[in-house]
Design a protein around this ligand. Structure first.
Ligand code: HEC
Ligand code: HEC
Length: 296
């Protein structure tokens, strides 16, 4: 804040406090006596008159006390422009102190969970409750609040895994993130449109849904050349590469001809962001246990 506005605000605030103080004394001066009498101010409206009595003492002192309180408060806390107050209070300070308190209180509980193996932790109801809250705050935007995923974001509650569902694989996914990379046309950049149609039909044939049996048959050779390196000879996928199993009925993207053709033609790039650095090791351990518990 510029010095001008700082002085402007301070002047208004202090002016108001001292103004009230002055008003109180100014009106008191015209008072002739401190004791209550039957004297009236002299006017009468429809026969209603007004006593001219001093302010009650308790009221007067309460008023003074309010002004003193205001001045004391303004001395201790930041209320006057750029002045920081004797206590040096800021909302950020207060927040940090509360976080430090919470760390002190929950730190040991987290640390204990952090030391517990994922499989064992996944049976601990209290740890899972914390895990559920962590999931809602950090993961639900992408995976959904029930962890069932959506197009492009895997369902974490089934036991079909892109990268593996062992405690080690889940921890690796959370710590370092994952990059799912399906290159356009696999490893056959010069694939013709006809071959694209053939290989899509072949992929559909894994689940008995090919549109054109002859094309599917021809697609087998294309698949062997362009896709096997990652999806394996039987199309069952490879977890080290995050390449999905194409023979089951779990799909990261749509499962019909158009979606699969889109994937083959343009490829897919998909990222699970790394959580190391964003979350503590202990939080990651708890989350891994929570994810593990969803399908075990
Ligand atoms: C910005 C979106 C996003 C957020 C936030 C996110 N994820 Fe993911 N996650 C993804 C994507 C996308 C993938 C799939 C990556 C791929 O296609 O290989 C994924 C994959 C995963 C996998 C691997 C699934 C498998 O089948 O192998 C796990 C486990 C996972 N996420 C857990 C979490 C947890 C726990 C959190 C919260 C800390 C989280 N994710 C936060 C986008 C996200
Ligand atoms: C370099 C490895 C690699 C090659 C080669 C490759 N894929 Fe993929 N494929 C992947 C990965 C990784 C994914 C997952 C992408 C993601 O996480 O978004 C994927 C995803 C897919 C999907 C989407 C599956 C779903 O669940 O929605 C289809 C369909 C697919 N590939 C078909 C093919 C076909 C057909 C070929 C050959 C033309 C091929 N892929 C070649 C790595 C590969």
């Amino acid at each position: 804040m510029s010095t001008f506005w700082s002085i402007w605000i301070s002047a208004i605030v202090l002016g108001t406090v001292f103004g009230c103080w002055w008003l109180l004394h100014a009106t008191r001066k015209s008072q002739t006596t401190d004791v209550e009498t039957d004297r009236t101010v002299g006017h009468s409206f429809d026969g209603i008159e007004e006593y001219d009595n001093p302010l009650p003492k308790w009221w007067f002192y309460l008023y003074i006390a309010t002004c003193i309180f205001a001045l004391g408060y303004l001395a201790l806390y930041p209320g006057l422009g750029n002045y920081k107050g004797l206590l040096n209070w800021t909302s950020a300070n207060q927040w940090e102190a509360e976080i430090a308190d919470a760390d002190e209180k929950y730190g040991p509980i987290y640390a204990q969970y952090g030391q517990t193996p994922v499989e064992e932790l996944s049976k601990d109801g209290d740890a899972l409750k914390i895990g559920q809250r962590l999931f809602a705050n950090n993961c639900a935007v992408c995976h959904g609040s029930a962890a069932r995923g959506q197009v492009g974001f895997p369902n974490l509650t089934d036991d079909d895994w892109l990268w593996g569902g062992t405690p080690e694989a889940i921890l690796e996914t959370l710590h370092n993130g994952r990059m799912g990379n399906m290159p356009a046309k696999g490893v056959m950049p010069n694939m013709t449109n006809e071959q694209v149609d053939q290989v899509v039909n072949y992929v559909l044939s894994f689940s008995g849904r090919e549109k054109d049996a002859a094309a599917a048959e021809a697609g087998k050779a294309v698949f062997a050349q362009a896709c096997v390196a990652c999806h394996g000879p039987e199309g069952k996928g490879m977890q080290v590469l995050g390449a999905p199993n194409l023979t089951d009925n779990v799909w990261l993207y749509g499962s019909n001809y158009e979606w699969i053709k889109e994937t083959v033609l343009h490829g897919r790039q998909n990222q699970m962001p790394a959580q190391s650095g964003r979350l503590s090791e202990d939080q990651i351990q708890i989350l891994a246990a929570y994810v593990y518990s969803l399908s075990n």
